[in-house]
Design a protein around this ligand. Sequence first.
Ligand code: AHR
Length: 492
Amino acid sequence: MHYLFIEPNQKKSRIEKEVYGNFSEHLGRCIYGGVYVGENSEIPNENGMRKDVVEALREMKLPVLRWPGGCFADEYHWKDGIGEKSGRKKMINTHWGGVTEDNSFGTHEFFELCRQIGCEPYVNGNVGSGSVQEMSEWIEYMTFNGLSPMAELREKNGRKDPWDLRYFCVGNENWGCGGNMRPEFYADQYRRYETYCRNYGDNKLFKIACGPNAADYEWTEVLMKRAKDYMDGLSLHYYTVLGDWAHKGSATEFTEDDWYGTLYKTLAMETIISTHDGIMNRYDPEHKVALVVDEWGTWFDVEPGTNPGFLYQQNTMRDALVAGINLNIFNQHSDRVKMANIAQLANVLQSVVLTEGSKMVKTPTYYVFKMFARHQGADLLASVMDHCMVGPDGCKVPDVTHSASMSEDGKVFVTLNNLSLSEDSEIRIALGGRDIAEAEGTILTADYNAYNTFDEPDRVKEACFKDFKVENGAMTLKLPKASVLAVTLTLA
Ligand code: AHR
């Protein structure tokens, strides 16, 4: 038996809804085919956006969407993606498959997509190959309300009113695909570019600087030392890669050792965040600068027979556990992590939906996001839980992970993962000084390598959870092996 003790009177930090965000890049079939099919498509759409995908994202309560990249962001020139579609300049997407990008999805289309989903837009600017003027004019185009060259251009392109834009990142992976810069050089570039990212009228930008690659702590040190006063957030990218970059392993064909190895690599997120947070605490003890984990998730070999530059991979119960583990880690660090964006929305890496022509499937990862949505905007609660270590030598992992929050209605919400492939877990949940009156929950459980296909889209799906008792003010439950659970507790 495991014991989870939650302190309902010890609210820690607010779990911002943006922690449940996503990322959509001009990469493979994420934008084209994944969310955007064009107004003339036979696939049901509204202004070119797939209705099935938009509906799924609304249901999942997607709060924020990052665009246009990724590596693509630092070679994207926004003026190529506005105006009459037939006249838009084409470009080569050199990072992702060398395909021709026709720019039919641009700024107006992105804001339209966010409007339909009901989510916040998060735009990533170009530092690597773009100018200060280009970035500055993009902000003016998107947010200035009045008489100005960019506002006039926007109106000419069919949009009189500016859009609301809060989240803006100045470059992407500028230590790598965004210009191979040293942290000292980027810190100065960041200060220069952000100066001209103006706040127009009531629109107040939340400016995010390009942060470290995984455990590159020097990058964080230098950025915090040289530029902390000019930023609201610092990004962090960490992917779960099982092997090395040349042999990442299959997304669907894997052994039990691969399962544990993947979860072990995922749990490194805890150390990575804690260490960056430690560095940030020295420069910013008041937590004015947020950590924005704007790329995370599994990265496996592409599905056999697909374009290697398109990063298309399937998604199993292993991915569901990766999502559940990471989301619990972000919740537990909600005093510093204010946004996170899984990579990516559709048909790329750890997607929440996959599409093929007019068909769409929701992945196991989708259900985890949907099940965890109640944490959005809730207060993290202090909690402790015992665990034991499971898995082979060299990649032992805790058998269970969790987080708990309280929403405005006073209900306590708990999310749990069982990482073990062999043991169900008995768990007793008790609260300090309060009784549990009622409980309800949803569970995601299936074979450890199960996944949804276009022919069998419902093999892995959330279900109502019944394997529990509420007695004497406490809840006792059985968490099946390799599962993810979300329970809502009503207090007496
Ligand atoms: O998500 C795929 C790529 O991973 C992004 O374009 C880049 O930022 C990262 O290296």
